[in-house]
Design a protein around this ligand. Structure first.
Ligand SMILES: [Zn+2]
Length: 462
């Protein structure tokens, strides 16, 4: 089943030509290398941990298959490899000394470093996944810190990907949980695309949509089993993550896999949240908390009748371009973040008349859109329980964020990306602030979570 889905998906992908997910997939590395790179020389790139987990074995198998190889490039295991540009320079300079094709053996950070270094040497590469920890394996672009700022540097996805289920099952628990959260985030990102589509901001691309959404429920249905290392659940997770990356390749944008929940994550990432924690706070864990936050917001939005807005009143109170810029500047304290947020917000700015037109359209489409979004979503409480079952944090305090900063994230996250999401809808409909107040009121979704946490602290102290 999964093989057929992947073959279909590869048809749509621009960079990746082969994917092999199975129990003893390491066996297939020499053949996959030959299929994709002919008689080229290979170089295994890993870190101290992943070299022990799979790198040494891959090196041995390539040699045994008669492949010419170069001494593996192994980054130290300690301190943990960080996705910073100096590591790319290091690898790139050493790759330039020969013409070998890199075989990346690792997870997100290592893959991103190899992806970008290979691109800078104008070389394709191959990836062996060691954890089902995020959907970036088959995505283009690498998330790297350069000049003190985390950014996505452009570069093609790997030519071939191999994922050995036995290795993935034994990956550190928090990495698998992170991948699960990144995948479950597609529930809210899908809802955001439905909104952008209905408001004619960004049409749904049927292929990009279906690669990510068609099997999402099946991929995410058994978080507790996944946590226990169940084979089938692991296979579902890695299939979902890999197809999600292929969806981004096919649509040439991360819209297929990333909505407002990722904007929460990106904002926290840019502010360095959890960067010095051990292990550092993962992309998936930030996305997971963002997904609960956005699903909770959706509940309130769907209770409103957005077909019955005071369009005249909203048009009259709509900020001018200058006022919008001032308000964005007031919400950010870091100069880089402020500059980026102003640029992104103004890129999606519409005039008061355009706002009125959009709200007229919203009035027309709301009944149908509301039904579609309800079908796409899961209740916030259910998303929270599924994430907990997988071993993910689900509240701000668990990721080192205070309640006030968390509440402020709703408005701030809306400013950092031009992508249209439910945060924009709520802002334009004039209900974002009141919804956030409601979520954090004593009886609101987050108010109750905060209260139960305070309760357990009290019990612990007593
Ligand atoms: Zn993601």
């Amino acid at each position: 089943m999964s093989e057929r889905r992947i073959r279909t998906a590869l048809h749509e992908a621009s960079d990746t030509q082969s994917v092999n997910i199975e129990a003893d997939a390491l066996d297939s590395v020499p053949d996959a290398f030959e299929e994709n790179f002919g008689d080229s020389t290979a170089i295994v790139v890993a870190d101290g941990n992943t070299f022990e987990v799979a790198g040494r074995e891959i090196q041995r198998r390539l040699e045994r298959a008669g492949r010419t190889t170069i001494e593996p490039h192994v980054f130290p295991a300690d301190p943990p490899l960080y996705a910073e540009y100096s590591n790319i320079e290091k690898l790139r300079d050493s790759l330039r000394e020969h013409g070998a094709i890199p075989v990346s053996v690792g997870s997100g950070t290592l893959n991103d470093i190899v992806k970008r270094s290979s691109y800078e040497c104008e070389r394709p590469y191959m990836c062996v996944a060691t954890a089902a920890s995020m959907d970036g394996y088959t995505a283009f672009g690498a998330s790297i810190e350069k000049n003190g700022l985390k950014q996505t540097l452009s570069c093609p996805a790997p030519r071939a990907v191999v994922a050995d289920l036995e290795i993935l099952e034994h990956a550190p628990e928090h990495m698998t949980a992170s991948g699960y959260a990144d995948l479950l985030g597609k529930v809210t990102s899908g809802a955001d695309w439905l909104i952008a589509d209905a408001l004619e901001v960004e049409k749904i691309d049927p292929t990009g949509w279906s690669l990510v959404q068609d099997h999402l429920r099946e991929w995410t249905e058994s978080p507790a089993e996944l946590r226990a290392g169940d084979r089938r659940s692991t296979e579902h997770l890695i299939e979902g993550l890999i197809l999600s990356g292929l969806g981004m390749q096919s649509y040439e944008s991360s819209r297929t896999a990333s909505g407002a929940e990722h904007q929460f994550s990106h904002l926290w990432e840019m502010e360095g949240l959890g960067k010095d924690a051990d292990p550092p706070l993962s992309h998936g864990f930030k996305v997971g908390v963002g997904s609960v936050a956005i699903a909770a917001l959706y509940v309130l939005i769907l209770e409103h009748d957005l077909g019955d807005l005071d369009i005249e009143g909203l048009r009259d109170s709509w900020p001018t371009r200058e006022e919008m810029e001032q308000s964005v500047r007031a919400q950010h304290t870091s100069p880089d973040l402020e500059r980026g947020a102003v640029e992104q917000t103004l890129a999606k700015y519409i005039s008061a008349d355009e706002l009125a037109q959009r709200l007229e359209l919203l009035r027309e489409v709301w009944p149908g859109l509301r039904a579609k979004v309800r079908e796409q979503l899961m209740p916030a409480g259910q998303i929270r329980e599924m994430l907990q079952a997988a071993g993910c944090p689900t509240s701000p305090t668990e990721i080192g964020l205070g309640w006030e900063d968390f509440a402020a994230t709703y408005a701030r996250a809306q400013t950092i990306r031009k992508r249209y999401t439910v945060l924009d809808l709520a802002f334009e409909a004039g209900i974002l602030d009141e919804c956030v107040d409601e979520l954090f009121a004593p009886e609101g979704f987050w108010g109750r979570v905060e209260d139960s946490q305070a309760e357990s602290v009290r019990k612990g102290a007593g």
